[in-house]
Ligand binder design. Structure first.
Ligand code: HEM
Length: 517
């Protein structure tokens, strides 16, 4: 008995490593399709993928890897963010110096901060491209409508993450950009004041107070932004992202065109597609049964092709981000000084289009127009429900043509309106005389009548024209989406390059006057 026990003990010792491995990994080498499927299903990290994917989903042109690269950048942001948290001190007195320490004293601090900053910018760029990809391949259509809505939530959370992170270095740029941002949040007060009801109903003041914890950007705002940035918003993003990925599987994988579902019945198969193996039920039926050596709908095991592609994308993203971070340092201006306004105080680039519109009227440009755009984007899958040409870029040649013409149209409208405002000014500049004539009404009109409204009207007229001429909601929506995208890009460029002190127009930064503080 004792002898047996000792033998067993030594056998267990000999097999220790193998038993440990088998307790952890419950499948063999992924050499057969069955083992490949088990590899994915039994692995905690891999089983977010389906065990099999459609051949079409693996093509570069289907997704361009944009969603995966966005996810990778988010993961990089989490890792570098945690490292930065070891040194960052969220207080008005210490924040700026702790960032300086990270930049100049902490070993590898500079590269970590650079990677964090450039990944944040990269994530917004890739997110916009991913959104455009899902739109142009009509991936928002049934049954994926709700995943588009979830995507919109991800967009909002990502922008909120960026906005809250912008304040943390507590330098001049951060302080004044967030001061402008909180002014936009408070802009419903323009309307309540024009109506003379602010003392009874002040949503603008309430929003600002909830956001900043005070009437101004200070200690309370910094701690609020910090908590939102490092905890609330990342947890929200991870949770919503989980639903986004889960929905992709529940919606039947990535969108694909009808041509990606070949007819696999023997009658439908062409000579070159004829099955090589069939099972006839001898003497019972005469015909051949469907092919048995081809997967239904061309599904292939995710292992190893999906993971190989993901590994390549990971290396590519890391290479680019680390390369940029070695070359270019994240900006850090002087310490925030509430007494010395930054002029011009520019928001991060992805809010510049908004800031340009806000410069004409805060409520119209900062609340009404973004509200219209967000609601419009949310409704796309519910108002555009044509079933044809799903999964095809631009839904074919006609859509490509419409996208190109719409881009030119939007560019012309944008240049014309901006040139007009630069030359002739806008309502605010003509206001003195108008106010004398019409008083309070002028204030309300000025609030809403923003150049952004001209853009919204121009886009609406264009897409209604397309709807009438093509009788296709898909073509009308391609026109509308393209116009919005082009306007966003052009306004961002205009505000970044041609706006200077006091938000004046300059051909380049070299022409800026020296501003006296
Ligand atoms: C944090 C932001 C986001 C991340 C990390 C993300 C990630 C992903 C990933 C990995 C996929 C699989 C396909 C691919 O790789 O492209 C996907 C699919 C999808 N995403 Fe996102 N996404 C985000 C935001 C958005 C936004 C803003 C939208 C649109 C408003 C959106 C709409 C969709 C749709 C409709 C699909 C299904 C696409 C298809 O069936 O081809 N996502 N997303």
């Amino acid at each position: 008995m004792e002898y047996n026990g000792t033998r067993q003990f030594f056998r267990n010792m000999r097999n220790l490593l193998r038993n440990f491995r088998e307790s952890m990994v419950r499948h063999g080498r992924p050499t057969s399709d069955r083992a490949r499927t088990q590899t994915v299903v039994h692995n905690f990290f891999l089983h977010i993928h389906s065990a099999r994917v459609h051949e079409h989903s693996l093509k570069w042109s289907t997704t361009m890897g944009l969603g995966i690269m966005t996810t990778l950048l988010f993961l990089i942001l989490v890792v570098t963010g945690i490292l930065l948290m070891f040194y960052y001190k969220p207080s008005v007195l210490t924040a700026y110096n702790s960032i300086k320490d990270i930049q100049y004293v902490v070993p590898t601090g500079r590269i970590m901060r650079n990677i964090h900053r450039w990944s944040a910018h990269g994530m917004v760029v890739l997110l916009i491209m991913h959104m455009a990809r899902t739109f142009y391949t009509a991936a928002y259509k049934q049954p994926r409508e709700f995943n588009w809505v979830i995507g919109m939530a991800l967009l909002a959370i990502t922008l909120a993450l960026s906005f809250t992170g912008y304040l943390l270095p507590w330098d001049q740029l951060a302080f004044w950009a967030v001061t402008i941002g909180s002014g936009i949040a408070a802009s419903p007060r323009d309307l309540t004041e024009a109506l003379g009801i602010t003392q009874y109903f002040d949503p603008g003041g309430l929003i600002k107070e909830v956001l900043l914890g005070a009437h101004f950007v200070g200690e309370e705002a910094l701690i609020r932004f910090y908590t939102l940035h490092v905890m609330v918003l990342p947890i929200a993003l991870v949770s919503v992202l989980g639903v986004h990925f889960w929905r992709i599987r529940k919606d039947g994988g990535l969108v694909r065109p009808a041509s990606a579902y070949p007819d696999i019945s023997p009658e439908g198969a062409g000579p070159e597609e004829a099955p090589t193996k069939t099972f006839g039920l001898m003497a019972v039926v005469r015909e051949r049964t469907p092919a048995t050596d081809r997967e239904i709908e061309n599904l292939v095991p995710s292992w190893p092709r999906v993971f190989r592609l993901e590994a390549i994308l990971t290396m590519l993203v890391l290479l680019v981000i680390v390369g940029i971070s070695l070359q270019v340092d994240a900006p850090l201006a002087e310490q925030a000084n509430p007494a010395v306004p930054e002029n011009p105080a520019k928001a991060p680039w992805y809010f510049l289009a908004l800031q340009e519109l806000v410069s004409y009227s805060a409520f119209g440009g900062g609340i009404v127009i973004p509200g219209i755009i967000m609601v419009g984007l949310l409704l796309i899958p519910y108002l555009e429900r044509e079933e044809e040409d799903v999964g095809i870029w631009f839904s074919g040649a006609r859509g490509r043509r419409i996208a190109a013409v719409s881009a030119v149209y939007a560019a012309v409208v944008c240049v014309a309106v901006l040139a007009f405002t630069v030359r002739c000014g806008w309502l605010r500049d003509w206001l003195p005389e108008l106010t004398q004539k019409y008083g309070r009404i002028t204030q309300i009109v000025m609030m809403f009548f923003n150049p952004g409204m001209v853009f919204v009207a121009a886009c609406a007229v264009w897409s209604i024209g397309l709807l009438r001429s093509t009788s296709s909601t898909r073509m009308a929506s391609i026109g509308l989406f393209t116009c919005s995208l082009v306007l966003f890009i052009m306004l961002t460029y205009f505000a970044a390059v041609h706006r200077g002190p006091n938000w004046g127009f300059y051909w380049s930064q070299a022409a800026w006057p020296v501003v006296e503080h």
